[in-house]
Design a protein around this ligand. Structure first.
Ligand SMILES: CC(C)(COP(=O)(O)OP(=O)(O)OC[C@H]1O[C@@H](n2cnc3c(N)ncnc32)[C@H](O)[C@@H]1OP(=O)(O)O)[C@@H](O)C(=O)NCCC(=O)NCCS
Length: 175
């Protein structure tokens, strides 16, 4: 069972080790200011920006809470109407067994049940098929395409804007 806890300084080592190249850095963080090579200083500066409306999480297995498995962050707008999910990352060794789905599902519960937001949105690169399928499984719908918003290895990448509304989340089929 995956649970979210607030990011702590010692999580920076794991997070840095999960991003293993410049293209992976862009895939994870888009154009949000991280530069390759990623280091703990950049991660700690970002995580230090956490506050009431900017949550930065580490996901752990409840039975093994000392071992970080994944990361995500979420930014709320000022009135608390909408939240933006970002920086979703699962430890490479933990991928393909449901951690990503459990992570994003946990974020949806916090956003809709605890924070009471009306909408959660995100951006995902169009060629990140695993991530797009994951978000669609969890009820996010595509709203449009932002053309060539980021570049890696000399290629421009486009992204999908996706969102899910509170009513859609509440009426999701039981899993
Ligand atoms: C995208 C990402 C978050 C997905 O995380 P994940 O933990 O692998 O996600 P899941 O395990 O829930 O789903 C991945 C696949 O494993 C499959 N899977 C899940 N549990 C499984 C199981 N027990 N047995 C077999 N397959 C399983 C899912 O069906 C899914 O298959 P699909 O790709 O064919 O749709 C992860 O690959 C990652 O961190 N990528 C790099 C960063 C990134 O792209 N972040 C997203 C930015 S928007």
């Amino acid at each position: 069972m995956i649970e979210l806890r607030d990011f702590v300084v010692s999580d920076a080592v794991s997070l840095v080790s999960w991003v293993d190249g410049p293209a992976e850095l862009v895939m994870w963080s888009g154009a949000t200011g991280f530069t390759w090579p990623l280091d703990e200083r950049q991660v700690l500066r970002y995580a230090a920006g956490a506050h009431d409306r900017m949550r930065v999480w580490t996901a752990v297995d409840r039975d093994d809470p000392g071992k970080p498995l994944a990361h995500a962050s979420m930014m709320l707008d000022a009135p608390g109407w909408t939240a933006r999910l970002g920086r979703v990352l699962v430890a490479p060794g933990a991928r393909g067994c449901g951690v990503g789905e459990a992570l994003v599902g946990a974020v949806q519960r916090v956003a809709f049940d605890e924070m009471g937001v009306h909408r959660v949105s995100l951006g995902v690169f169009t060629h990140n098929a695993t991530a797009v399928r994951l978000y669609e499984r969890l009820g996010f719908v595509r709203e449009g395409t932002l053309r060539e918003v980021a570049t890696a290895n000399g290629v421009w990448w486009s992204s999908f804007e996706m969102s899910i509304l509170a009513d859609e989340w509440r009426s999701r089929p039981a899993s």
